[in-house]
Design a protein around this ligand. Structure first.
Ligand code: NAD
Length: 361
């Protein structure tokens, strides 16, 4: 029997190719007259091009957004916004730039318009992760979620194909964990399967040809769906592991998600047969965990945490931290299970359905 409770947060989404052209209209809609444009240093030229197009509607560019939203950077951006009389924020970039917009907005009350250029999905969530004193803290507040999101497929054409693959897996991770979330509902189930399917179709085409506009469109559509899942329901073991390892070892966000996801799903498999079936259906394979591992490997992504900066000598510390303050998870967390999962992830060993088999016996 279907039973659920559902709270939907409204944000305005404009999706298509060339939609950044509508920024002026969206600024009007949001009542913004002097926008501060945010970007990373690497995407400053994009921010400048947008600012030039908007003419007198912007008051400057803050081009120093950084991964994991360091609080000191946020405070610099807040000062810059105040000194330049900004009455709103426009973010053009991936999760790091969106994170900066959220962090400035929650401190100043400035409205935000976000134009995502990766598939991380932060634009569709009320979640903000910030780092200070080497620690990452996450909070959720409806006021953090951007009011307007402009998805312009053209902005993603420059995302290198390797970065596109891992960013796509970052998005898929939100959908996979939504499929077994405690508070999932029929809408998130539908969005999750559709989001995973979109990436399974799009990513191989993007690897073949990064300029394939149709595939780029499908991937960004998947990012919207998967990000919406992340914004709507709670996450479990996979996100807990990424949070802990990212904080401890400053591992690259999307790459880490890509490597851990198949193992986290394999771990939870015995407890979530319906989610396993849904992931397998979305990927058109017989086993979801193996399907994700094969897909990432076939698309050229790294499969071992030791190859993206995980310090093998600190393995025990990683296990201990992963066991502390656990998130809700559909399957009981055991030290032996986490040790095996991390061992596979660290050394790039394929996830095994072995513990599925052993629980069946
Ligand atoms: P990112 O935003 O750090 O981007 C990585 C690099 O790619 C940057 O140098 C960026 O300038 C560049 N880049 C981005 N788009 C590009 C494009 N189209 N063309 C060329 N270069 C491009 O990486 P990310 O993976 O999108 O975001 C990671 C951050 O987002 C982490 O801090 C993570 O915690 C956060 N995040 C938060 C949420 C949330 O809901 N709060 C969700 C997902 C990710």
């Amino acid at each position: 029997m279907i039973a659920f409770s559902l709270e939907q947060r409204a944000s305005r989404v404009v999706f298509g190719v060339g939609t950044l052209e509508h920024m002026s209209d969206e600024l009007d809609r949001a009542g913004i007259k002097r926008a501060l444009v945010l970007s990373t240093a690497a995407q400053r030229a994009d921010a400048q091009a947008l600012s030039d197009r908007l003419g007198g509607r912007t008051c400057g560019i803050f081009g120093d957004a950084r991964m994991h939203t360091p609080v000191e950077t946020t405070l610099q951006a807040v000062r810059f916004a105040q000194e330049n009389g900004a009455d709103g924020l426009v973010a053009v970039g991936g999760g790091s730039t969106t994170g900066l917009a959220k962090a400035v907005s929650i401190r100043t009350g400035l409205p935000q318009i976000v134009a995502p250029t990766t598939y991380a999905g932060s634009e569709m969530t009320p979640i903000l992760g910030e780092t200070s004193d080497g620690q990452k803290r996450t909070r959720s507040d409806p006021r953090i979620q951007p009011a307007i999101v402009i998805y312009d497929v053209a902005l993603t054409l420059t995302l290198p194909t390797a970065a596109s693959v891992v960013s796509g897996f970052n998005a898929i991770a939100h959908a996979v964990e939504a499929l077994y979330a405690k508070d999932r509902n029929p809408l998130t189930d539908t969005m999750a399967v559709e989001g995973i399917s979109a990436f399974a179709r799009a990513l191989p085409r993007i690897v073949r040809d990064g300029a394939d506009l149709e595939a780029r469109g499908e991937a960004l559509y998947g990012a919207w769906l998967c990000g919406s899942c992340l914004g709507a329901v709670g996450m479990a073991l996979h996100h807990k592991l990424c949070h802990v390892l990212g904080g401890l070892f400053d591992l690259p966000h999307a790459e880490m998600h890509t490597i851990i996801l198949p193992h986290a799903l394999a771990y939870n498999a015995p407890a979530v047969p319906n989610a396993m079936a849904a992931v397998a259906r979305a990927l058109q394979v017989s086993d979801g965990a193996a399907g994700l591992w094969n897909l990432s490997r076939d698309l050229g992504a790294k499969t071992a945490l030791k190859d993206i900066g995980f310090p093998v000598a600190r393995f025990d510390e990683a296990v201990t931290s992963a066991l502390e303050r656990p998130y809700w998870n559909p399957r009981e967390i055991t030290e032996a299970g986490i040790r095996d999962l991390l061992h596979r992830a660290v050394f790039g060993i394929a996830p095994t359905p072995a513990d599925v088999e052993s629980e069946k016996r």
